[in-house]
Design a protein around this ligand. Structure first.
Ligand SMILES: Nc1ncnc2c1ncn2[C@@H]1O[C@H](COP(=O)(O)OP(=O)(O)OP(=O)(O)O)[C@@H](O)[C@H]1O
Ligand SMILES: O=C(O)C1=C[C@@H](O)[C@@H](O)[C@H](O)C1
Ligand SMILES: [Mg+2]
Length: 182
């Protein structure tokens, strides 16, 4: 990214914005909402993988295993290099592979929705339909292990604790706008 003569920001190459964070943090809702507000296209890596493999994420995990899901996820992420100016909501485990973090930084900026397990549980309306969340103890352990990975990946961090989707959208939109990214 460089500054243009008139002081505005000129994006060179890929200028995607990636939203990362734990399950239920609100990544998909935020990327969709900002997309409508700022007329930017939105894609979701979980939906891209489902379209590629022709089945739901939970079916992929059950029938093909997590490795197959992660391979498809990395492939779909890398393919975004051919597109421009996307708002990308990522699967909660995108930071599990350091290659994915490298790809995101090559293609744009990473926004981390930072919260606690309580924020995910508050937002996920039907936890029984989210087998990937597992028991609260399991989810808490995964979040503890992943937190440093999210922090390392983050260019911008938004604290989502006890905030509504609207508050998070306003705050993130403001942070991205003032940096010339939206
Ligand atoms: N406008 C809304 N009002 C209330 N609840 C909502 C709204 N939008 C989404 N939710 C609920 O909040 C949960 C988390 O939102 P969202 O799907 O955006 O998070 P995510 O970080 O993308 O989660 P995932 O890990 O499932 O990809 C969803 O399970 C959904 O049921
Ligand atoms: O946190 C995770 O590991 C996952 C989160 C979902 O978005 C999906 O990408 C999948 O269920 C794995
Ligand atoms: Mg999502």
């Amino acid at each position: 990214m460089v500054s243009g003569d008139a002081g505005y920001v000129v994006h060179e190459g890929c200028d995607h914005i990636f939203f990362v964070g734990f399950l239920g943090a609100g990544k998909s809702t935020l990327a969709r909402n900002l997309g409508s507000l700022f007329h930017r296209s939105h894609v979701d890596t979980d939906r891209l993988v489902e379209r590629l493999l022709g089945k739901s994420v939970s079916e992929v995990f059950a029938e093909d295993g997590e490795g197959a899901f992660r391979d498809a996820e990395t492939g779909e992420l890398a393919a975004l290099a051919r597109r421009k100016s996307l708002l990308v909501s990522c699967g909660g485990g995108i930071v599990e592979r350091s290659k994915n973090c490298g790809l995101m930084h090559e293609m744009g900026v990473v926004v981390y929705l930072e919260g606690d397990l309580a924020d995910s549980l508050r937002q996920i309306r039907c936890p029984e339909r989210r087998p990937d969340l597992g028991s609260n103890a399991h989810a808490a352990a995964v979040l503890t292990r992943r937190r440093p990975l999210y922090e390392e990946a983050a260019d911008i961090t938004v604290d989502i604790r006890n905030k509504t989707f609207e508050q998070v959208a306003l705050e993130s939109g403001g942070l991205l706008w003032e940096r010339g990214l939206l």
